[in-house]
Write a new protein. Structure first.
Ligand SMILES: [Zn+2]
Length: 593
Protein backbone atom coordinates (compact mmCIF):
# COMPACT_ATOMS: atom_id res chain seq x y z
CA UNK A 1 0.00 0.00 0.00
CA UNK A 2 1.34 3.43 -0.84
CA UNK A 3 2.71 5.39 2.07
CA UNK A 4 1.96 8.99 2.93
CA UNK A 5 5.16 11.00 2.89
CA UNK A 6 5.34 14.53 4.24
CA UNK A 7 8.35 16.33 2.77
CA UNK A 8 8.88 19.27 5.11
CA UNK A 9 11.36 21.80 3.74
CA UNK A 10 13.20 24.55 5.63
CA UNK A 11 11.42 27.92 5.47
CA UNK A 12 13.60 30.56 3.82
CA UNK A 13 13.83 33.76 5.79
CA UNK A 14 12.25 36.64 3.86
CA UNK A 15 15.11 39.10 4.24
CA UNK A 16 17.83 37.68 2.02
CA UNK A 17 18.26 36.07 -1.39
CA UNK A 18 18.78 32.33 -1.82
CA UNK A 19 22.24 31.08 -2.81
CA UNK A 20 23.51 27.70 -3.95
CA UNK A 21 24.47 26.74 -0.39
CA UNK A 22 20.84 27.11 0.71
CA UNK A 23 19.67 25.14 -2.32
CA UNK A 24 21.97 22.15 -1.81
CA UNK A 25 21.51 22.35 1.97
CA UNK A 26 17.77 21.82 2.07
CA UNK A 27 15.58 22.73 -0.92
CA UNK A 28 17.05 20.52 -3.63
CA UNK A 29 17.39 17.32 -1.56
CA UNK A 30 13.76 17.73 -0.53
CA UNK A 31 12.62 18.01 -4.14
CA UNK A 32 14.66 14.98 -5.25
CA UNK A 33 13.21 12.96 -2.40
CA UNK A 34 9.65 14.12 -3.15
CA UNK A 35 9.96 13.36 -6.88
CA UNK A 36 11.34 9.89 -6.18
CA UNK A 37 8.46 9.15 -3.81
CA UNK A 38 5.93 10.35 -6.37
CA UNK A 39 7.51 8.02 -8.96
CA UNK A 40 7.25 4.98 -6.67
CA UNK A 41 3.58 5.76 -6.07
CA UNK A 42 3.70 7.17 -2.55
CA UNK A 43 1.31 9.95 -1.60
CA UNK A 44 3.54 12.98 -1.17
CA UNK A 45 2.97 16.47 0.01
CA UNK A 46 5.96 18.78 -0.02
CA UNK A 47 5.32 21.96 1.92
CA UNK A 48 7.14 25.09 3.03
CA UNK A 49 6.87 28.83 2.75
CA UNK A 50 8.52 32.13 3.47
CA UNK A 51 9.37 32.87 7.07
CA UNK A 52 7.86 36.35 7.09
CA UNK A 53 8.11 37.53 10.68
CA UNK A 54 10.69 38.45 13.27
CA UNK A 55 13.02 41.30 13.96
CA UNK A 56 15.40 40.69 11.01
CA UNK A 57 12.61 41.58 8.58
CA UNK A 58 11.53 44.53 10.75
CA UNK A 59 15.12 45.80 10.98
CA UNK A 60 15.66 45.45 7.24
CA UNK A 61 12.38 47.30 6.59
CA UNK A 62 13.53 50.17 8.81
CA UNK A 63 16.81 50.40 6.92
CA UNK A 64 14.95 50.52 3.59
CA UNK A 65 12.25 52.88 4.93
CA UNK A 66 9.59 50.38 3.96
CA UNK A 67 7.07 48.27 5.87
CA UNK A 68 7.97 44.73 7.00
CA UNK A 69 5.04 43.50 4.89
CA UNK A 70 6.52 45.05 1.72
CA UNK A 71 9.96 43.61 2.44
CA UNK A 72 8.66 40.11 3.11
CA UNK A 73 6.45 40.15 -0.02
CA UNK A 74 9.29 41.14 -2.31
CA UNK A 75 11.55 38.30 -1.13
CA UNK A 76 8.63 35.87 -1.12
CA UNK A 77 7.91 36.52 -4.81
CA UNK A 78 11.61 36.08 -5.60
CA UNK A 79 11.63 32.68 -3.85
CA UNK A 80 8.61 31.57 -5.86
CA UNK A 81 10.27 32.63 -9.12
CA UNK A 82 13.47 30.76 -8.22
CA UNK A 83 11.67 27.58 -7.15
CA UNK A 84 9.72 27.50 -10.41
CA UNK A 85 12.83 28.01 -12.50
CA UNK A 86 14.70 25.35 -10.54
CA UNK A 87 11.80 22.89 -10.67
CA UNK A 88 11.33 22.61 -6.91
CA UNK A 89 7.86 21.12 -7.03
CA UNK A 90 6.26 22.19 -3.76
CA UNK A 91 2.68 21.03 -3.31
CA UNK A 92 2.41 24.28 -1.43
CA UNK A 93 4.93 27.03 -0.90
CA UNK A 94 3.11 29.62 1.18
CA UNK A 95 4.09 32.02 3.94
CA UNK A 96 3.82 32.46 7.69
CA UNK A 97 1.90 35.69 7.16
CA UNK A 98 -1.48 34.06 6.58
CA UNK A 99 -4.66 33.95 8.57
CA UNK A 100 -4.46 30.13 8.59
CA UNK A 101 -0.91 30.07 9.99
CA UNK A 102 -1.85 32.60 12.69
CA UNK A 103 -4.74 30.39 13.81
CA UNK A 104 -2.77 27.15 13.77
CA UNK A 105 0.18 28.69 15.63
CA UNK A 106 -2.06 30.23 18.26
CA UNK A 107 -3.85 26.88 18.69
CA UNK A 108 -0.53 25.12 19.26
CA UNK A 109 0.39 27.79 21.80
CA UNK A 110 -2.94 27.41 23.62
CA UNK A 111 -2.68 23.61 23.61
CA UNK A 112 0.77 23.83 25.21
CA UNK A 113 -0.63 26.28 27.74
CA UNK A 114 -3.54 23.95 28.47
CA UNK A 115 -1.14 21.05 29.01
CA UNK A 116 1.01 23.16 31.33
CA UNK A 117 4.11 23.08 29.18
CA UNK A 118 4.26 26.89 29.18
CA UNK A 119 5.10 29.16 32.06
CA UNK A 120 5.80 32.86 32.38
CA UNK A 121 8.93 34.38 33.76
CA UNK A 122 10.70 37.68 33.76
CA UNK A 123 14.03 37.83 32.07
CA UNK A 124 16.67 40.32 31.29
CA UNK A 125 16.94 40.98 27.60
CA UNK A 126 19.19 43.09 25.46
CA UNK A 127 17.66 46.49 24.75
CA UNK A 128 19.13 48.89 22.20
CA UNK A 129 18.82 52.47 23.45
CA UNK A 130 19.95 53.66 19.98
CA UNK A 131 16.98 51.93 18.32
CA UNK A 132 14.51 52.08 21.18
CA UNK A 133 13.74 48.36 20.96
CA UNK A 134 14.63 44.98 22.31
CA UNK A 135 16.89 43.16 19.92
CA UNK A 136 16.47 39.45 19.30
CA UNK A 137 19.26 37.14 20.33
CA UNK A 138 20.55 36.64 16.80
CA UNK A 139 21.23 40.36 16.46
CA UNK A 140 23.56 40.30 19.40
CA UNK A 141 27.05 38.99 18.91
CA UNK A 142 29.58 38.21 21.57
CA UNK A 143 31.89 35.63 23.05
CA UNK A 144 30.41 32.14 23.60
CA UNK A 145 30.35 31.42 27.33
CA UNK A 146 30.72 27.69 26.62
CA UNK A 147 33.59 27.45 24.14
CA UNK A 148 35.01 30.99 24.03
CA UNK A 149 34.31 31.52 20.29
CA UNK A 150 34.43 35.32 19.88
CA UNK A 151 31.70 35.68 17.22
CA UNK A 152 28.83 33.64 18.66
CA UNK A 153 25.28 34.70 17.84
CA UNK A 154 23.08 35.35 20.83
CA UNK A 155 20.82 32.39 20.11
CA UNK A 156 23.37 29.83 19.04
CA UNK A 157 27.10 29.34 18.74
CA UNK A 158 28.22 28.39 15.22
CA UNK A 159 31.45 27.01 16.60
CA UNK A 160 30.23 24.53 19.24
CA UNK A 161 26.62 24.30 18.03
CA UNK A 162 25.12 24.96 21.45
CA UNK A 163 21.93 26.93 21.89
CA UNK A 164 22.83 29.91 24.04
CA UNK A 165 21.19 32.09 26.65
CA UNK A 166 21.86 35.47 25.05
CA UNK A 167 21.95 37.35 28.33
CA UNK A 168 25.04 35.37 29.37
CA UNK A 169 27.02 36.28 26.24
CA UNK A 170 30.33 37.98 27.04
CA UNK A 171 31.34 41.30 25.39
CA UNK A 172 27.91 41.76 23.75
CA UNK A 173 27.50 44.11 20.80
CA UNK A 174 24.74 44.89 18.33
CA UNK A 175 25.17 43.34 14.89
CA UNK A 176 23.31 46.29 13.37
CA UNK A 177 25.44 49.22 14.51
CA UNK A 178 28.07 47.69 16.79
CA UNK A 179 26.80 49.64 19.79
CA UNK A 180 26.64 48.12 23.24
CA UNK A 181 23.19 46.97 24.36
CA UNK A 182 21.85 47.09 27.91
CA UNK A 183 19.92 44.42 29.77
CA UNK A 184 16.30 45.32 30.63
CA UNK A 185 13.67 43.24 32.33
CA UNK A 186 10.69 41.94 30.35
CA UNK A 187 8.10 39.17 30.81
CA UNK A 188 7.74 36.21 28.46
CA UNK A 189 6.16 32.82 28.00
CA UNK A 190 8.59 29.91 28.19
CA UNK A 191 8.37 26.46 26.67
CA UNK A 192 9.16 24.03 29.49
CA UNK A 193 11.73 21.93 27.67
CA UNK A 194 12.92 20.48 30.98
CA UNK A 195 9.51 18.87 31.50
CA UNK A 196 9.50 17.69 27.85
CA UNK A 197 13.01 16.26 28.02
CA UNK A 198 12.06 12.61 28.74
CA UNK A 199 9.71 12.56 25.72
CA UNK A 200 12.29 14.26 23.47
CA UNK A 201 15.00 11.82 24.54
CA UNK A 202 12.70 8.87 23.86
CA UNK A 203 11.85 10.32 20.44
CA UNK A 204 15.56 10.61 19.59
CA UNK A 205 16.50 7.17 20.94
CA UNK A 206 13.81 5.54 18.81
CA UNK A 207 15.51 7.08 15.77
CA UNK A 208 19.12 6.66 16.86
CA UNK A 209 19.80 3.89 14.32
CA UNK A 210 19.27 6.09 11.29
CA UNK A 211 19.51 9.77 12.27
CA UNK A 212 22.62 11.34 10.75
CA UNK A 213 25.59 11.73 13.13
CA UNK A 214 25.48 15.54 12.93
CA UNK A 215 21.80 15.46 13.94
CA UNK A 216 22.37 13.10 16.86
CA UNK A 217 25.34 15.11 18.05
CA UNK A 218 23.35 18.35 18.15
CA UNK A 219 20.28 16.79 19.73
CA UNK A 220 20.69 13.68 21.89
CA UNK A 221 24.38 14.38 22.47
CA UNK A 222 23.72 17.90 23.74
CA UNK A 223 20.75 16.85 25.88
CA UNK A 224 22.60 14.00 27.58
CA UNK A 225 25.53 16.31 28.26
CA UNK A 226 23.67 19.34 29.53
CA UNK A 227 19.96 18.73 29.86
CA UNK A 228 17.19 20.95 28.51
CA UNK A 229 15.92 24.16 30.05
CA UNK A 230 12.94 26.43 29.50
CA UNK A 231 13.16 28.68 26.46
CA UNK A 232 11.33 31.98 25.89
CA UNK A 233 8.86 31.67 23.01
CA UNK A 234 7.51 35.23 22.94
CA UNK A 235 9.20 38.49 21.98
CA UNK A 236 8.70 42.24 22.44
CA UNK A 237 7.80 42.96 18.84
CA UNK A 238 4.72 43.86 16.84
CA UNK A 239 5.64 42.30 13.46
CA UNK A 240 4.47 38.74 14.01
CA UNK A 241 1.72 36.60 15.46
CA UNK A 242 0.08 38.11 18.54
CA UNK A 243 0.27 36.13 21.78
CA UNK A 244 -3.30 34.77 22.13
CA UNK A 245 -3.60 35.71 25.81
CA UNK A 246 -5.22 38.84 27.21
CA UNK A 247 -2.88 41.53 28.50
CA UNK A 248 0.00 40.55 26.21
CA UNK A 249 -0.35 43.36 23.67
CA UNK A 250 2.85 44.42 21.95
CA UNK A 251 4.34 40.93 22.18
CA UNK A 252 4.30 38.19 19.62
CA UNK A 253 5.26 34.56 19.23
CA UNK A 254 8.96 33.97 18.75
CA UNK A 255 9.62 33.54 15.05
CA UNK A 256 11.28 30.15 15.58
CA UNK A 257 8.42 28.86 17.68
CA UNK A 258 5.88 29.67 14.98
CA UNK A 259 7.92 29.05 11.82
CA UNK A 260 8.27 25.30 12.53
CA UNK A 261 4.50 25.18 13.03
CA UNK A 262 4.39 26.14 9.35
CA UNK A 263 4.95 22.49 8.37
CA UNK A 264 1.57 21.75 9.91
CA UNK A 265 -0.27 24.92 8.90
CA UNK A 266 0.95 24.65 5.28
CA UNK A 267 -0.46 21.11 5.06
CA UNK A 268 -3.77 22.43 6.41
CA UNK A 269 -3.77 25.30 3.91
CA UNK A 270 -2.88 22.89 1.09
CA UNK A 271 -5.88 20.67 1.95
CA UNK A 272 -8.15 23.69 1.98
CA UNK A 273 -6.88 24.79 -1.45
CA UNK A 274 -7.43 21.26 -2.76
CA UNK A 275 -11.05 21.53 -1.66
CA UNK A 276 -10.63 18.63 0.80
CA UNK A 277 -10.15 20.40 4.11
CA UNK A 278 -9.52 17.22 6.14
CA UNK A 279 -6.97 15.71 3.78
CA UNK A 280 -3.97 17.04 5.73
CA UNK A 281 -4.79 14.52 8.46
CA UNK A 282 -3.55 11.71 6.16
CA UNK A 283 -0.03 13.00 6.84
CA UNK A 284 -0.37 14.61 10.23
CA UNK A 285 -2.48 12.26 12.35
CA UNK A 286 -2.00 8.98 10.49
CA UNK A 287 0.50 6.57 12.09
CA UNK A 288 1.27 5.10 8.65
CA UNK A 289 2.68 8.40 7.45
CA UNK A 290 6.29 9.49 7.58
CA UNK A 291 7.58 13.04 7.86
CA UNK A 292 11.04 13.97 6.54
CA UNK A 293 12.50 17.37 7.46
CA UNK A 294 15.05 18.75 5.02
CA UNK A 295 17.15 21.43 6.70
CA UNK A 296 20.67 22.79 7.02
CA UNK A 297 22.85 21.97 10.01
CA UNK A 298 22.27 25.39 11.61
CA UNK A 299 18.63 24.43 12.19
CA UNK A 300 19.12 21.03 13.81
CA UNK A 301 18.17 21.88 17.43
CA UNK A 302 14.94 23.55 16.31
CA UNK A 303 13.83 20.52 14.27
CA UNK A 304 15.24 17.60 16.24
CA UNK A 305 14.63 18.92 19.76
CA UNK A 306 12.25 21.88 20.05
CA UNK A 307 9.71 21.03 17.33
CA UNK A 308 9.27 17.40 18.48
CA UNK A 309 8.90 18.85 21.99
CA UNK A 310 6.16 21.22 20.81
CA UNK A 311 4.36 18.39 19.00
CA UNK A 312 4.58 16.06 21.96
CA UNK A 313 3.53 18.83 24.32
CA UNK A 314 0.27 19.61 22.55
CA UNK A 315 -0.81 15.99 23.01
CA UNK A 316 -4.44 15.70 21.96
CA UNK A 317 -5.26 19.30 22.76
CA UNK A 318 -4.48 20.72 19.33
CA UNK A 319 -7.59 19.11 17.81
CA UNK A 320 -9.80 20.34 20.64
CA UNK A 321 -8.61 23.91 20.24
CA UNK A 322 -8.18 23.93 16.48
CA UNK A 323 -11.27 22.14 15.16
CA UNK A 324 -13.25 20.60 18.01
CA UNK A 325 -11.86 17.17 17.25
CA UNK A 326 -10.97 14.73 20.00
CA UNK A 327 -8.08 12.31 20.00
CA UNK A 328 -6.05 14.00 17.30
CA UNK A 329 -2.37 13.35 17.99
CA UNK A 330 0.15 15.00 15.68
CA UNK A 331 2.91 12.92 14.05
CA UNK A 332 6.49 13.42 15.17
CA UNK A 333 9.28 13.70 12.55
CA UNK A 334 10.45 10.37 11.15
CA UNK A 335 13.81 11.64 9.93
CA UNK A 336 15.68 14.94 9.88
CA UNK A 337 18.30 14.50 7.14
CA UNK A 338 20.18 17.73 7.83
CA UNK A 339 23.00 18.69 5.50
CA UNK A 340 26.31 20.34 6.31
CA UNK A 341 27.44 23.52 4.51
CA UNK A 342 28.67 24.19 1.02
CA UNK A 343 31.56 26.64 0.81
CA UNK A 344 32.37 28.83 -2.17
CA UNK A 345 35.80 28.54 -3.78
CA UNK A 346 37.29 27.43 -0.44
CA UNK A 347 35.77 30.25 1.64
CA UNK A 348 32.62 30.38 3.70
CA UNK A 349 29.63 31.61 1.70
CA UNK A 350 28.80 35.15 2.80
CA UNK A 351 25.79 37.08 1.58
CA UNK A 352 26.99 40.40 2.96
CA UNK A 353 30.37 40.07 1.19
CA UNK A 354 28.62 38.81 -2.00
CA UNK A 355 30.75 35.68 -1.74
CA UNK A 356 28.04 33.48 -3.15
CA UNK A 357 26.43 32.18 -6.31
CA UNK A 358 22.83 33.43 -6.16
CA UNK A 359 20.12 31.13 -7.45
CA UNK A 360 18.21 33.51 -9.70
CA UNK A 361 21.34 35.20 -11.03
CA UNK A 362 22.88 31.82 -11.91
CA UNK A 363 19.72 30.73 -13.74
CA UNK A 364 19.83 33.89 -15.87
CA UNK A 365 22.96 32.40 -17.52
CA UNK A 366 22.65 28.60 -17.12
CA UNK A 367 20.02 25.87 -17.33
CA UNK A 368 18.56 24.42 -14.13
CA UNK A 369 19.55 20.75 -14.59
CA UNK A 370 23.33 21.36 -14.65
CA UNK A 371 22.90 23.24 -11.35
CA UNK A 372 20.81 20.43 -9.87
CA UNK A 373 23.41 17.92 -11.08
CA UNK A 374 26.40 19.72 -9.62
CA UNK A 375 24.65 20.47 -6.34
CA UNK A 376 23.74 16.79 -5.97
CA UNK A 377 27.12 15.24 -6.80
CA UNK A 378 28.59 17.81 -4.43
CA UNK A 379 25.87 17.77 -1.77
CA UNK A 380 27.19 18.29 1.80
CA UNK A 381 25.48 15.18 3.16
CA UNK A 382 28.14 14.14 5.64
CA UNK A 383 30.71 16.94 5.56
CA UNK A 384 31.14 20.44 4.20
CA UNK A 385 31.74 20.60 0.47
CA UNK A 386 33.04 23.27 -1.87
CA UNK A 387 31.60 24.95 -4.97
CA UNK A 388 34.42 25.23 -7.47
CA UNK A 389 33.74 26.85 -10.86
CA UNK A 390 36.28 24.65 -12.70
CA UNK A 391 34.73 21.57 -11.17
CA UNK A 392 31.23 22.76 -12.16
CA UNK A 393 32.28 23.16 -15.81
CA UNK A 394 34.23 19.89 -15.85
CA UNK A 395 31.38 17.84 -14.39
CA UNK A 396 28.90 19.44 -16.75
CA UNK A 397 31.07 18.71 -19.79
CA UNK A 398 32.55 15.31 -18.83
CA UNK A 399 29.63 13.74 -17.03
CA UNK A 400 26.32 15.39 -17.88
CA UNK A 401 27.13 16.15 -21.54
CA UNK A 402 29.67 13.43 -22.46
CA UNK A 403 28.38 10.43 -20.50
CA UNK A 404 24.63 10.96 -20.39
CA UNK A 405 23.51 13.66 -22.83
CA UNK A 406 25.58 12.37 -25.76
CA UNK A 407 24.50 8.79 -25.11
CA UNK A 408 20.84 9.71 -25.34
CA UNK A 409 21.31 12.03 -28.28
CA UNK A 410 23.44 9.81 -30.51
CA UNK A 411 21.23 6.72 -30.03
CA UNK A 412 18.03 8.66 -30.62
CA UNK A 413 19.44 10.47 -33.67
CA UNK A 414 20.70 7.17 -35.09
CA UNK A 415 17.34 5.44 -34.60
CA UNK A 416 15.55 8.46 -35.97
CA UNK A 417 17.67 8.47 -39.11
CA UNK A 418 17.88 4.76 -39.90
CA UNK A 419 14.43 3.55 -38.82
CA UNK A 420 12.42 6.45 -40.10
CA UNK A 421 11.74 8.00 -36.70
CA UNK A 422 10.60 4.77 -35.01
CA UNK A 423 11.86 2.32 -32.41
CA UNK A 424 13.39 -0.55 -34.46
CA UNK A 425 11.96 -4.06 -34.24
CA UNK A 426 14.77 -6.15 -32.71
CA UNK A 427 13.36 -9.64 -33.27
CA UNK A 428 14.94 -12.05 -30.76
CA UNK A 429 17.36 -10.26 -28.38
CA UNK A 430 20.90 -11.61 -27.90
CA UNK A 431 22.37 -12.65 -24.52
CA UNK A 432 24.48 -9.48 -24.45
CA UNK A 433 21.35 -7.34 -24.93
CA UNK A 434 19.38 -9.11 -22.19
CA UNK A 435 22.34 -8.82 -19.85
CA UNK A 436 22.53 -5.08 -20.47
CA UNK A 437 18.80 -4.63 -19.77
CA UNK A 438 19.03 -6.76 -16.61
CA UNK A 439 21.81 -4.59 -15.30
CA UNK A 440 19.77 -1.42 -15.85
CA UNK A 441 16.71 -3.05 -14.32
CA UNK A 442 18.61 -3.86 -11.13
CA UNK A 443 19.32 -0.12 -10.85
CA UNK A 444 15.72 0.45 -9.83
CA UNK A 445 16.42 -1.49 -6.61
CA UNK A 446 19.93 -0.23 -5.87
CA UNK A 447 19.31 3.42 -6.73
CA UNK A 448 15.90 3.24 -5.03
CA UNK A 449 17.46 1.94 -1.81
CA UNK A 450 19.96 4.82 -1.81
CA UNK A 451 17.19 7.35 -2.39
CA UNK A 452 15.03 5.76 0.30
CA UNK A 453 17.88 6.29 2.79
CA UNK A 454 18.33 9.90 1.55
CA UNK A 455 21.82 9.09 0.23
CA UNK A 456 21.29 11.25 -2.82
CA UNK A 457 24.92 11.60 -3.91
CA UNK A 458 25.44 7.85 -3.94
CA UNK A 459 22.14 7.36 -5.79
CA UNK A 460 23.10 9.78 -8.56
CA UNK A 461 26.61 8.32 -8.84
CA UNK A 462 25.00 4.89 -9.35
CA UNK A 463 22.80 6.17 -12.18
CA UNK A 464 25.77 7.82 -13.90
CA UNK A 465 27.74 4.57 -13.58
CA UNK A 466 24.90 2.70 -15.31
CA UNK A 467 24.94 5.29 -18.11
CA UNK A 468 28.68 4.58 -18.58
CA UNK A 469 27.88 0.89 -18.91
CA UNK A 470 25.45 1.60 -21.73
CA UNK A 471 28.16 3.63 -23.44
CA UNK A 472 30.48 0.66 -23.15
CA UNK A 473 27.80 -1.68 -24.52
CA UNK A 474 27.42 0.61 -27.53
CA UNK A 475 31.18 0.79 -28.12
CA UNK A 476 31.39 -3.02 -27.92
CA UNK A 477 28.55 -3.59 -30.38
CA UNK A 478 29.20 -0.56 -32.61
CA UNK A 479 25.83 -0.26 -34.36
CA UNK A 480 27.37 2.47 -36.56
CA UNK A 481 29.36 -0.34 -38.24
CA UNK A 482 26.75 -3.08 -37.83
CA UNK A 483 24.29 -1.02 -39.86
CA UNK A 484 26.50 -1.25 -42.94
CA UNK A 485 26.77 -5.06 -42.95
CA UNK A 486 23.77 -6.33 -40.95
CA UNK A 487 20.88 -3.96 -40.17
CA UNK A 488 19.11 -6.66 -38.08
CA UNK A 489 22.05 -6.76 -35.65
CA UNK A 490 22.10 -2.97 -35.48
CA UNK A 491 18.35 -3.03 -34.76
CA UNK A 492 18.94 -5.27 -31.72
CA UNK A 493 21.66 -2.98 -30.40
CA UNK A 494 19.72 0.24 -30.93
CA UNK A 495 16.51 -1.23 -29.54
CA UNK A 496 18.39 -2.36 -26.42
CA UNK A 497 20.11 1.01 -26.05
CA UNK A 498 16.80 2.85 -26.40
CA UNK A 499 15.22 0.66 -23.71
CA UNK A 500 18.21 1.29 -21.45
CA UNK A 501 17.99 5.05 -22.07
CA UNK A 502 14.26 5.04 -21.38
CA UNK A 503 14.95 3.35 -18.01
CA UNK A 504 17.94 5.56 -17.21
CA UNK A 505 15.73 8.56 -17.90
CA UNK A 506 13.40 7.50 -15.08
CA UNK A 507 16.39 6.88 -12.78
CA UNK A 508 17.72 10.37 -13.58
CA UNK A 509 14.30 12.03 -13.35
CA UNK A 510 14.25 12.98 -9.63
CA UNK A 511 17.60 14.74 -10.13
CA UNK A 512 17.18 16.18 -13.65
CA UNK A 513 13.45 16.77 -14.15
CA UNK A 514 13.73 19.25 -17.04
CA UNK A 515 15.93 17.18 -19.34
CA UNK A 516 14.12 13.99 -18.32
CA UNK A 517 10.82 15.47 -19.39
CA UNK A 518 12.30 16.43 -22.78
CA UNK A 519 13.87 13.03 -23.31
CA UNK A 520 10.61 11.38 -22.30
CA UNK A 521 8.99 13.34 -25.12
CA UNK A 522 11.77 12.50 -27.66
CA UNK A 523 11.22 8.81 -26.83
CA UNK A 524 7.66 9.20 -28.02
CA UNK A 525 5.80 8.96 -24.72
CA UNK A 526 2.49 10.78 -24.76
CA UNK A 527 2.28 11.66 -21.07
CA UNK A 528 4.79 13.59 -18.92
CA UNK A 529 6.74 12.03 -16.05
CA UNK A 530 5.70 14.67 -13.53
CA UNK A 531 2.91 17.15 -12.90
CA UNK A 532 3.12 20.90 -13.20
CA UNK A 533 3.95 23.82 -10.94
CA UNK A 534 1.65 26.81 -10.94
CA UNK A 535 1.28 30.09 -9.10
CA UNK A 536 -1.92 30.93 -7.30
CA UNK A 537 -3.21 33.72 -5.14
CA UNK A 538 -5.05 33.30 -1.84
CA UNK A 539 -7.14 35.95 -0.12
CA UNK A 540 -7.77 35.85 3.62
CA UNK A 541 -8.40 38.29 6.47
CA UNK A 542 -4.76 39.47 6.33
CA UNK A 543 -4.96 40.32 2.64
CA UNK A 544 -3.67 38.44 -0.35
CA UNK A 545 -0.68 36.10 -0.56
CA UNK A 546 0.92 34.40 -3.54
CA UNK A 547 1.55 30.66 -3.35
CA UNK A 548 3.37 28.10 -5.48
CA UNK A 549 1.46 24.87 -6.04
CA UNK A 550 1.74 21.58 -7.91
CA UNK A 551 -0.83 19.57 -9.77
CA UNK A 552 -0.34 16.00 -10.86
CA UNK A 553 -2.39 16.54 -14.05
CA UNK A 554 -1.61 13.56 -16.29
CA UNK A 555 1.77 12.71 -14.74
CA UNK A 556 2.61 9.18 -15.74
CA UNK A 557 6.17 8.57 -14.54
CA UNK A 558 6.73 5.39 -12.58
CA UNK A 559 9.81 3.88 -10.99
CA UNK A 560 10.16 0.84 -13.21
CA UNK A 561 12.05 -0.17 -16.35
CA UNK A 562 10.93 1.47 -19.58
CA UNK A 563 8.50 -0.33 -21.85
CA UNK A 564 9.20 1.02 -25.34
CA UNK A 565 7.51 -1.09 -27.96
CA UNK A 566 8.98 -1.82 -31.35
CA UNK A 567 7.55 0.61 -33.86
CA UNK A 568 6.83 3.37 -31.32
CA UNK A 569 7.04 6.75 -33.01
CA UNK A 570 9.96 8.90 -31.81
CA UNK A 571 10.04 12.70 -31.82
CA UNK A 572 12.86 14.70 -33.41
CA UNK A 573 15.70 14.64 -30.86
CA UNK A 574 17.99 17.50 -29.89
CA UNK A 575 20.87 17.68 -27.38
CA UNK A 576 19.80 17.58 -23.71
CA UNK A 577 22.67 19.64 -22.31
CA UNK A 578 25.06 22.35 -23.45
CA UNK A 579 28.82 22.10 -23.30
CA UNK A 580 30.24 25.00 -21.29
CA UNK A 581 33.26 27.07 -22.22
CA UNK A 582 36.01 26.63 -19.58
CA UNK A 583 37.14 30.18 -20.33
CA UNK A 584 33.95 31.47 -18.69
CA UNK A 585 35.24 30.39 -15.29
CA UNK A 586 37.35 33.50 -14.72
CA UNK A 587 34.39 35.71 -15.63
CA UNK A 588 32.29 33.90 -13.05
CA UNK A 589 34.98 34.15 -10.39
CA UNK A 590 35.16 37.88 -10.98
CA UNK A 591 31.53 38.20 -9.91
CA UNK A 592 32.40 36.95 -6.42
CA UNK A 593 33.11 39.41 -3.64
ZN1 LIG B 1 30.48 27.96 21.48
Amino acid sequence: MPKNILVAVAWPYANSLIHVGNITGAYLPADIYARYNRLIGNHVIMVSGSDAHGTPVAVRADALERTPLEVYEEYHLGFIELFQKLGLAYDLFTSTHTDNHFKVSQSIFLALLENKYLYTDRQEQWYMPSQKRFLPDRFIEGTCYICGYPNARGDQCDNCGNLLDASQLENPRSKIDGSTPELRETEHFYLDLGALQPAIVEFLKEREAYLRPNVLRQSLGQILAKGLHGRAITRDLDWGIPVPVEGWDGKCLYVWFEAVIGYLSAAIEWAKLEGQPHKWENWWTNPDSRAYYFIGKDNIPFHAVIWPGQLFGVGEWFGKIFNNKEGMKLMLPYDVPANEYMNMERQKISGSRNWAVWGLDFLSRYDPDPLRYYLTVNMPESKDTDWDWDDFVRRNNDELVATWGNLANRVLSFAYKHWDGHVPDPGELRAVDLEMLDRIESGFQTVGAQLEAVHLRAALADVMRLASEVNKYLDDNAPWFEIKSDKDQAAKTIYTALQAIDSLNVLFAPFLPFSSERLNFFLGHKKPLFGEQFVDSVTDSLGEHTVLRYKNSDANGSWEPGQLSAGQKLNTPSPLFKKLDPDKVEEERARLG
